[in-house]
Design a protein around this ligand. Structure first.
Ligand code: PLP
Length: 251
């Protein structure tokens, strides 16, 4: 497996014309994309870009793997999924309960278009069976309306925690740019060019603070001055003091 990194905007996601340039040069088989609240930025691809991506995939005969795992965490509507506007069964739509309900469930789903039967076979040979008991439990939770009301509360919690995090970041005494996502679990902080967040990671770890340095999200060493910060966790005193300590450790 060889991976090519496609540039993306923190607001509107994958740069489709950059992908087009790559497809002219390389024989790409599949393109993995999260159009709704992509990690690490929380970007959402606009409808036009989604259509452009599908048209490009059609021209170059590329499979699209739509990782839609954050879609249900959003509190604003997002455009139709790639799967919904795909007319040639080339989108493999994947999602999971891991990001919203519980990562312990390890329960997800896939709608594999023209490759669906092969995917089912691969799943059988690599994982055998998934727990029927768990699946029936979650199906019942959805059917009885429990999941819908859980999602309503959960989105409100996420939104409140995002705002709390943004407010705290506005008090940081360093210059930065930050995304304001309307879903997902994290936001993306771009610091001054000379801040090395991998070095910051080492310093913070010595004080028991764990951060996610930006270069984890690049295969070519980019984003060394960036950080992904999660707002998925409940807001508490330890978190607040860790977040306040970080800019001091950057100096
Ligand atoms: C962007 C993204 N897609 C897919 C997955 C996989 O989800 P699961 O935990 O259900 O295997 C993860 C999990 O961490 C993820 O971060």
């Amino acid at each position: 497996l060889r991976v090519i990194e496609i540039p993306a905007s923190p607001e509107s996601g994958m740069n489709v014309s950059a992908l087009e340039d790559v497809l002219k040069v390389w024989d790409v088989k599949a393109c993995v994309v999260s159009p709704a609240f992509a990690t690490p930025t929380g970007s959402v691809m606009p409808t036009e870009a989604r259509r452009g991506l599908l048209a490009l995939a059609e021209r170059h005969d590329v499979a699209i793997i739509e990782d839609d795992i954050y879609a249900e965490s959003g509190w604003l509507n997002v455009p139709d999924t790639l799967k919904a506007i795909d007319t040639s069964a080339r989108v493999i739509h994947c999602s999971s309960f891991s990001k919203v309900l519980s990562r312990d469930l390890r329960l997800g789903w896939v709608s594999g278009g023209r490759w669906h039967d092969e995917i089912v076979k691969l799943k059988l040979t690599s994982q055998l069976a998934s727990s029927r008991f768990l699946q029936e439990g979650v199906a019942g939770f959805i059917a009885e309306g429990g999941y819908a009301s859980f999602l309503r509360r959960h989105r409100q919690d996420l939104r409140r925690r995002r705002d709390q995090l943004l407010e705290l970041l506005s008090g940081w005494n360093v210059s930065l740019r930050v995304t304001t996502p309307h879903g997902g679990l994290a936001l993306w902080v771009e610091l001054q060019e000379d801040v090395d967040t991998l070095r910051l990671y080492g310093r913070a770890l010595q004080e028991g603070i764990v951060i996610t340095p930006g270069n984890l999200f690049s295969v070519s060493g980019k984003f060394s001055n960036c950080l992904r910060i999660s707002f998925a966790h409940p807001w508490n005193a330890a978190r607040v003091s860790a977040l306040k300590r970080l800019p001091e450790l950057m100096i």
